[in-house]
Design a protein around this ligand. Structure first.
Ligand SMILES: [Zn+2]
Length: 465
């Protein structure tokens, strides 16, 4: 397999540390609000990576964190803790907020057919492990105590910033004056490992004792602690979104490597942004879209998953309602194909070989999806063999092709609809087309689309863009 490594910026042959096994760490959500579909694109990319590894015969040991303390509104050391923001917004305790949005997060990822990590740990349940690493950093002279926090001294690490390729001087130039709020901070790029209950954090609800005083951890240290605890150091692959490169992952590397003198992970992979209407997703611009928003319009979460398969993980994907509608139509055709016959005992070897090559070439899933369509349309091969291969491909696509949803809506689930269908059937029998049309309009107003087929009326949920 070949994978693109952000560290070094090139495609490499993948070689796992343990033969036949891959240790994988993916940065999890900060659970203070609903995830938007841009966040979810990253988890779909990571799921595709995991499925491609599994398809290649690896056993995958996958760990993920849940951030329930310490992630400030700015990714640096500025602003409030997001969990406290959520708690204030909803008048609840931060841990109740965390519990609620963790559940919502997994509802979303389950609906998107994302395989759950083998181990999930929260920041708040790994405080001792985080303190342990900070202690080592202080002892080794990589960390110091300021007025408001214990900081990592970025000037002590010659290759700080190697992941982004950004020089420390450039990073300093980018740091805004007003975010440097602690006079004891030696370098503007230095980042907090442990915040004290002082100044702006005087009333921080979640806090623990530490050798440096009561407080709470910075965001980055939890990933260093959790990945090491579950996967060891170094482990094989570390993933996240491209927005993690400059600060979060750079700081994870700095902490873990300074503390233990070993690389944190061998391969770093990052998923690109999702844009909405050519712009960055933002609540203020009305482009903050959640999975529930898609479902409210009648889409299935897998329609969105299909859309994500159409773009390579290292390219930006532009989301529009029309694009997800095209994906829905394509996916429906795929379901129709799968139910048009029975899977045979054997597949199409040539296609399967090509498929394996494409997905193993830095996850070229869009190309593999194109190949799948070529296979569907290749009438020189028996339909049974084509279905057999397509179902194998779906181990990577994750579109639940082996259990396709009903193509039509079950009329009995909606009594009012059932009544309208019956009335319309009578109207059509009486050749009363005016009445038939007005009944159709009534069904549409209820959110249904009616198709007249040789087997009578078939109903679908209407998509309202
Ligand atoms: Zn992380």
């Amino acid at each position: 397999m070949k994978l693109y490594n952000t560290l070094g910026k090139k495609v490499e042959d993948f070689k796992s540390i343990q033969k036949g096994e891959v240790s994988l760490y993916t940065c999890g959500p900060t659970v203070y609000n609903y995830a938007h579909i841009g966040n979810l694109r990253t988890y779909i990319f990571e799921d595709l990576l995991k499925r491609v590894l599994l398809y290649n015969g690896y056993k995958v040991n996958h760990a993920m964190n849940i951030t329930d303390v310490g992630h400030l509104v700015g990714d640096g050391d500025e602003g409030e803790d997001k969990l406290e923001v959520g708690a204030k917004r909803e008048g609840k305790n931060p841990l109740d907020i965390a519990r609620f949005y963790t559940e919502k997060f997994f509802q979303d990822t389950d609906a998107l057919n994302i395989i759950r990590p083998d181990v999930v740990k929260t920041a708040t349940e790994t405080i001792p492990e985080q303190i342990e690493i900070i202690k080592i950093l202080v002892e080794k002279g990589f960390a110091y105590k300021g007025e408001q926090a214990v900081y990592f001294d970025t000037s002590k690490l010659a290759d700080y910033g190697k992941l982004s390729g950004q020089k420390l001087s450039e990073k300093l130039a980018g740091a805004r004056e007003e975010v440097v709020v602690d006079k004891d901070k030696k370098n503007p790029a230095d980042f907090a490992l442990w915040f004290f209950l002082t100044g702006r954090y005087q009333n921080h609800i979640l806090h623990w004792p530490s050798p440096w005083g009561k407080g709470f951890p910075g965001w980055h240290i939890e990933c260093s602690a959790i990945s090491r605890k579950i996967l060891g150091q170094p482990f094989d692959i570390h993933c996240g979104g491209v927005d993690h490169i400059g600060t979060h992952h750079t700081n994870e590397i700095a902490q873990s490597e300074a503390a233990f003198g070993l690389p944190l992970a061998n391969i770093w992979m990052h998923g690109e942004f999702l844009q909405v209407n050519e712009g960055k997703m933002a609540k203020s611009a009305g482009t903050f879209v959640t999975l529930q928003d898609l479902m409210d319009k009648g889409f299935s979460p897998l329609d969105y998953r299909y859309l994500c398969l159409t773009a390579h993980y290292r390219t930006q994907l532009n989301f529009t309602w029309e694009s997800v509608l095209s994906s829905r139509n394509a996916l429906e055709k795929m379901y129709q194909f799968v139910v048009s016959g029975k899977p045979g005992q054997v597949g199409c070897a040539e296609y399967e070989q090509k498929f394996l090559e494409q997905i193993s070439d830095d996850l070229n899933v869009p190309q593999a999806l194109g190949l799948a369509w070529q296979l569907v349309g290749d009438t020189s091969l028996p339909v049974e063999a084509r279905i057999n291969s397509l179902l194998k491909f779906d181990q990577v696509f994750g579109l639940r092709l082996s259990e396709p949803p009903a193509l039509f809506f079950n009329v009995q689930e909606d009594a009012k609809l059932a009544e309208l269908v019956e009335l319309r059937q009578l109207a059509r029998k009486d050749k009363d087309f005016e009445r038939s049309d007005s009944l159709r309009q009534e069904m549409e107003a209820l959110g249904y689309e009616v198709l007249d087929t040789s087997e009578g009326q078939k109903i679908k949920r209407k998509i309202s863009l």
